[in-house]
Write a protein that binds this ligand. Structure first.
Ligand code: FAD
Length: 473
């Protein structure tokens, strides 16, 4: 019997990996009975923040990971393609259509027994004692009781971490006499991105306001976060600003915009708001800086502010983002927020097959393993599902070659050199360098992808669980 806890990105893929190969599962999801602080729907695989599943270019690390997942029969990617919205080189989805399709596909599948209830530690203990296989895919916002149990079970400490979310605006409230459509260097299909052009004066006024703006207070559920100290008490002492920023920097992509602005007057112009590859049609020149807007749905009625994750108070967000040229009258349909993140110290407790070393039969999937991102979490869901299937049949899953994107993520999870273990997304840095290392960066990158593709072919041919004709579920 396979029991999967959590129908997020990882749980959905783990379930699909099993049922598409003819093995039934019970899939437990606590929503809508109980929700996490970030989820707002009862859909499976809810995108809690951005609607982007990153690059679809096969020559990028994220594109390579997608190729590998597709070779293993990923459901998430298939449905994301079916419900894609314009996003240039990124695979962006209509979040509601996508969530609805994922939920229906699994709920209607004859081999999936969906149970809408919160899984408690006692349930997991009982399943393990009965010899069931359990895949824990409860994500970065795992319910407190289960999270606490996991910390005790691992015999290790786990830690909390903070992500930041960008605001979303109503497209009809943008001033299109100022905002212009253009993808950087004209890349991407059509002009999916909109740009709000700053001149020197309004950029400096914006940065000054940002730096001095009021930040939101933390909720008790977000408290915690230090190794060696697992506590979920409501009255837990909240971390201070310094501690928070230290934790946020583990995942630079989610650094709040106000924290970046604090680093220097030009830090946004050189980073999140860099104007490279853009020409303001009103002036015929490159703007001083540009805030980009990305469509949030197929109809392009909503746009999110790219790389504007923030923990400013909602009123402050409205006041300050309305200082951006073109957003003077923008209506915000969703404000930026800060969230907690939970993951285990994988190199100490997890086998390469994502099974807990000290608890045979208990597999971990998704963000809990120490990867970061929707796609990476889904990828680790497929792997946990396949490992679990192999274990059910007393077999051992052949591990992905180190050169593959899967191999690179697993290498991160298994690297036990002394360090502060932190979540990782797929990127060039974790794909191994070729030998000898070419001096030209583009040649080096092309060689990394070629090696990953060759590794994938080798792995899939050795794989005992390749999808057969019946395998499409
Ligand atoms: C606020 C926030 C914003 C993020 N933004 C992004 C982003 O923009 N882009 C990106 O790539 N990544 C983002 N991430 C990171 C991460 O990749 C996603 O959270 C991703 O959804 C993780 O997938 P998962 O399957 O591990 O967990 P989830 O998708 O969160 O799924 C876990 C599921 O388990 C359920 N659950 C939890 N406890 C229990 C229980 N006891 N019993 C039953 N069910 C339970 C939850 O309700 C949930 O449905 C964000 C994370 C957070 C927290």
């Amino acid at each position: 019997m396979i029991r999967i806890v959590g129908a997020g990105f990882a749980g959905v893929e783990a379930a699909w990996a099993c049922v598409s190969r003819g093995v039934g599962v019970s899939l437990y999801e606590m929503r809508p009975t109980k929700s996490s602080p970030a989820h707002t729907t009862d859909y499976f695989a809810e995108l809690v923040c951005s609607n982007s599943l990153k690059s679809k270019l096969p020559t990028s690390p994220a594109g390579q990971l997608k190729s590998e997942m597709a070779a293993l029969g990923s459901l998430i990617l298939r449905l994301a393609e079916e419900h894609a919205v314009p996003g240039g080189e990124a695979l962006c989805v209509d979040r509601n259509a996508f969530g609805s399709a994922v939920t229906a596909t699994l709920t209607d599948h004859p081999l999936v027994d969906v149970k809408r209830e919160e899984v408690t530690p006692a349930m997991v203990e009982a399943w393990l004692a009965a010899g069931d296989k359990v895949i824990l895919a409860s994500g970065p916002l795992t319910s407190p009781a289960l999270s606490d149990w996991l910390a005790k079970r691992t015999g290790r400490d786990h830690l909390y971490f903070y992500d930041a979310v960008s605001p979303t605006v109503d497209a009809s409230t943008l001033d299109m006499s100022i905002v212009f459509a253009e993808s950087r260097y004209g890349k991407g299909e059509g002009n999916d991105y909109l740009n709000c052009p700053f001149n020197k004066e309004n950029y400096e006024a914006f940065v000054e306001a940002l730096v001095s703006a009021e930040r939101a207070p933390f909720h008790a559920f977000e408290a915690g976060g230090v190794r060696g100290e697992v506590t979920l008490d409501e009255d837990y002492k909240l971390p201070g600003e310094e501690k928070l920023l230290e934790q946020i920097k583990y995942f630079a992509g989610c650094t709040p915009i106000e924290a970046i602005a604090e680093k220097g007057a030009r830090s946004l112009a050189f980073g999140n708001f860099k104007p490279m590859g853009l020409t303001n049609p009103a002036t015929g020149r490159r703007p001083w800086a540009a805030l980009q807007l990305r469509p949030e749905n197929r109809e392009k009625t909503l746009y999110s502010l790219v790389a504007c994750q923030t923990r400013l108070k909602f009123g402050e967000q409205k006041r300050i983002f309305r200082m951006v040229p073109g957003l003077e009258n923008a209506e915000f349909v969703r404000y930026g927020v800060i969230h907690r993140n939970t993951y285990i110290e994988a190199p100490r407790v997890l086998s390469p097959w994502l099974e807990m070393r000290e608890t045979p039969g208990l597999f971990i999937a998704g963000q809990l393993t120490g990867v970061e991102g929707y796609v990476e979490s889904a990828a680790m869901g497929i792997l946990a599902g396949l490992s679990c299937l192999a274990s059910l049949q007393n077999q051992e899953l052949p591990l992905p070659p180190r050169e593959t994107a899967y191999g690179a993520l697993l290498a991160h999870l298994q690297d036990d050199t002394p360090r502060e273990f932190a979540p990782m997304n797929i990127n060039w840095g974790i794909l191994p360098d070729p030998e000898p290392v070419p001096r030209d960066k583009s040649v080096k990158r092309a060689m990394k992808i070629a090696a990953a593709q060759a590794g994938l072919a080798e792995w899939v041919s050795a794989h005992p669980f390749s999808l057969g004709e019946k395998g499409q579920g």
